[in-house]
Design a protein around this ligand. Structure first.
Ligand code: GLU
Length: 435
């Protein structure tokens, strides 16, 4: 479903290279792994039926007065996938690729992700079909406030807690929090995470997803006996996740040989000068105008000679068509759903060690949980505490996932799904069914 009278930018599909490829239906991609894990767990048919359905899907029209006086109506979604373990948790994205199927898959992934790292949360996701790069700040603010109002009955610190995702950030979260608080007639900081520090955000939240990626990659290198110092890394996607992952991996001693954004990638086999690259992108420049490295495409970056590949952009970039040419020893999935089920089989056959999204990028929601705890307690931790608690959870979860995978002789991905589904199922069994 698309908006009525969309702006021209909403009807024009982005060129292939801008979308980092995409064809498969993300919900089906999620379900095929869910089915595999559920079968191996011997999940009861009733629970299987419950867990393959979202609890609630909300679609809202989001009218916005544009700066030129025209009115535009966007389409927004919020999907609550499962709340058996606690309040629904998951980000909001603003993107042209948003669809109900995609948001549902992302909400399911949040459910499994929170369970993998054992947070007391269920899973949700939200999205608005729009291209925020063509909108002014005040248009984005009006869009955010109207969308928040549209989904307000689900929001709340005990029911549904949004966070940033693709093309949303601290400032957007501040507007969500303010809009919700104005309706409630008092300030409710814990309704949203990933907020600015000044208004109840957590230290270390902005870097948390990238830090988690770095930590689990470090553990994978250790496990495979690959020296961390000088391990060559290629990072596809240079948003919050990709850029922080690259930065923290470089600081840990790895060599970042390539990074890319929607305009394409840059490559230097001896290692990029990341400080110089950051300076370039801070000026709002895309990487295709960076001159001090070789230019490569978003396809080529997947096939570089390196130890670690970090897909940190959008879904379905590693597919049946390009998986065979990947030579990295480790894939750390910074993005949600970057690998299709068909590609999984190829990667497994090649013996590539995949750190699945629901583990690899769980650092973000883990520090979101810390933020929610701090907001509710009204007591804030120093950054050291946040970082050390995050590290403990990521390392422990990495061990739990790999142990599960080894025990059942399955991929890390299926091991992670098994761990997550079992945890969600266990709570359903204890709670019983209300009828
Ligand atoms: N959007 C992030 C994710 O996909 C963070 C979600 C959150 O912190 O609630 O994991």
């Amino acid at each position: 479903m698309t908006a009525i009278n969309p702006r021209p930018s909403q009807t024009v599909m982005k060129p292939e290279k801008d979308r980092f490829l995409a064809a498969e239906n993300p919900f089906e991609e999620m379900m095929s792994r869910f089915d595999d894990a559920a079968k191996r767990l011997g999940l009861e048919p009733g629970l299987y039926k419950i867990l393959r359905m979202p609890e609630k899907q909300i679609t809202v029209a989001v009218p916005v007065r544009l700066d030129n006086g025209d009115v535009e109506v966007y389409t927004g979604y919020r999907v609550i996938y499962n709340t058996s373990r606690g309040p629904a948790k998951g980000g909001i994205r603003f993107d042209l690729q948003v669809s109900l199927d995609e948001v549902t898959a992302l909400a399911a992934w949040m459910t499994w992700k929170c369970a993998v790292v054992n947070l007391p949360f269920g899973g949700a996701k939200g999205g608005v079909i729009c291209d925020p790069t063509t909108m002014s700040n005040s248009e984005i603010e009006r869009l955010t406030r109207r969308y928040t109002t549209g989904i307000i009955e689900t929001l709340g610190p005990d029911s549904d807690i949004p966070a940033p995702d693709v093309n949303t950030n601290e400032r957007v979260m501040a507007w969500v929090m303010d809009t919700y608080s104005m309706h409630k007639r008092h300030t409710v900081t814990a309704v949203v995470t990933g907020k600015p520090i000044e208004m109840g955000g957590s230290l270390g939240r902005r870097e948390a997803t990238g830090r988690g990626c770095m930590l689990v990659t470090r553990e994978a290198l250790k496990k495979l006996n690959i020296p961390l110092k000088g391990a060559r890394v290629a990072v596809q996607g240079f948003g919050n996740v990709g850029s922080v992952t690259a930065d923290l991996m470089a600081k840990a001693g790895m060599t970042i040989v390539a990074v890319s954004d929607k305009s394409g990638g840059i490559y230097d086999p001896k290692g990029l000068d990341l400080l110089d690259v950051f300076k370039h992108v801070q000026g709002k420049h895309l990487l295709n105008t960076y001159t001090r490295a070789k230019h490569i495409s978003n396809q080529e970056i997947l096939h570089l000679d390196c130890e670690v590949l970090v897909p940190a952009a959008l879904e379905n970039v590693i597919t049946h068509d390009n998986a065979a040419a990947i030579t990295a020893r480790i894939i750390c999935e910074g993005a949600n759903g970057p690998t299709t089920a068909a590609a999984d089989e190829i990667l497994n056959a090649k013996g590539i060690f995949v750190i699945p999204d629901i583990l690899a990028n769980a650092g973000g929601v883990t520090v979101s949980y810390f933020e929610w705890v701090q907001d509710r307690g009204g007591y804030f931790w120093d950054e050291e505490t946040v970082i050390s608690r995050l590290e403990k959870i990521m390392v422990h979860s990495f061990d739990e996932v790999t142990t599960m995978a080894e025990k059942h002789k399955v991929s890390n991905r299926i091991g992670a799904y098994m761990l997550a589904i079992e945890r969600v199922a266990a709570v359903h069994r204890l709670r019983g069914m209300y009828a």
